[in-house]
Design a protein around this ligand. Structure first.
Ligand code: PEP
Ligand code: MN
Length: 340
């Protein structure tokens, strides 16, 4: 349920509604920073919903009381009708310009990371990606450089002045990764790791939440709700391909997810064409499709020497190919009244 206050409602009237919500054992959550106060009522509402709607409607200063049809409340468009803009070190995601994050799957060395960072910046990327803590399917595969990788990312950021997105895998490592990262990535395997979601929700760091390979769009939004309910509304969603019966590509890009998410939620939506296809040959096509469908950004794997990459070489673009991707995506963005 959401309670929409009149624009001229006084702070005392808002307070009285909040107090009443608490008195009946529920939790008020105010959408901060908007002119008209909208109060979400969180908690287990029982069968008396209709009575509650009438009850709150009678409070002074209340304009309307609506039931939110979806299970996610704070992530819903009903609660927050305007698009949310998430700021990542001054870079605005969701503000109309398509934001491109690019870089290797894993941080392997300073020379590798800095070289790729300079190249993707020259092509016009806005953000750097690179994993220091790597969630690998096999325990025998390269697991990432850990904190050393985070330090290398800091160096690449110094050289290029691009903000950095990197994955945090464990709730005990959130503080460590947040010291170095501008945007905390939650990987597909951790989308439903609720202690981790709560932990990043307790920070004020922006979060890139990737969709679980076997999870519905609804599940993704419920996971976003976990983060926002802890007080951190800086959430960017990422469609990164799902598991289907189709096995000609690593995953199947659910392009539908882009307009569905834009309809159901106010949160910005990015697409990762690299993990979604698993093959560099398809990455540029899917990037263009994602931007045409309304994505607010892309997360693209780029490597200076893909055959020798320690992870995800087959899906990594060489810098020259990434340059082509950027110029093609720019034209698609213009065609749909966006910029890059
Ligand atoms: C990654 O971005 O390198 C990654 C591991 O992504 P995902 O969690 O989507 O597989
Ligand atoms: Mn990868």
């Amino acid at each position: 349920m959401i309670i929409i206050m009149q624009t001229q409602a006084t702070p005392e009237q808002v307070r009285a509604v909040e107090d009443e919500i608490q008195r009946i054992g529920l939790r008020p959550f105010i959408n901060p920073g908007v002119e008209r106060k909208v109060i979400a009522v969180l908690g287990a509402l029982d069968a008396k919903k209709a009575d509650l709607v009438e009850h709150f409607y009678s409070f002074p200063g209340v304009e309307r009381v609506d039931l939110i049809s979806h299970l996610w409340k704070l992530a819903s468009r009903e609660y927050h009708p305007e698009d949310s803009i998430v700021e990542v070190a001054g870079l605005k995601v969701g503000a109309g310009r398509v934001i491109i994050a690019a870089g290797p799957c894993s941080v392997e060395s300073e020379a590798q990371m800095v070289e790729i960072a300079i190249k993707v910046k020259e092509s016009g990327a806005h953000m750097l990606r690179g994993g220091a803590f790597k969630p690998r399917t096999s325990p025998y595969a390269f697991q990432g450089l850990g904190e050393e990788g985070l330090k290398i990312l800091t160096k690449a950021r110094q050289v290029t002045e691009l903000p950095v997105v990197t994955e945090v895998m464990d709730s005990h490592e959130v503080d460590l990764v947040a010291k170095y990262a501008d945007l905390l990535q939650i990987g597909t395997r951790n989308m439903q790791n609720y202690p981790l979601l709560k932990k990043v929700g307790a920070t004020s760091h922006p979060v890139l939440l990737k969709r679980g390979q076997g999870c519905k769009i609804r599940d993704l939004l419920m996971s976003a709700e976990y983060i926002i309910a802890e007080g951190n509304a800086n959430v960017i969603l990422c469609e990164r391909g799902i598991t289907t019966f189709e096995d000609s590509t690593r995953s199947t890009t659910d392009i539908n997810a882009v307009p569905v998410l834009k309809h159901w939620t106010h949160l910005p939506v990015m697409v990762d064409p690299s993990h979604a296809t698993g093959d560099w040959r398809y990455v540029t096509s899917v990037s263009k499709a994602a931007v045409a469908a309304g994505a607010d950004g892309l997360l693209v794997e780029v490597h200076n020497d893909p055959p020798r990459a320690l992870s995800d070489g087959p899906q990594s673009l060489r810098p020259e190919k990434f340059d082509t991707l950027m110029s093609q995506v720019r034209r698609v963005a213009e065609a749909v009244d966006r910029s890059v």
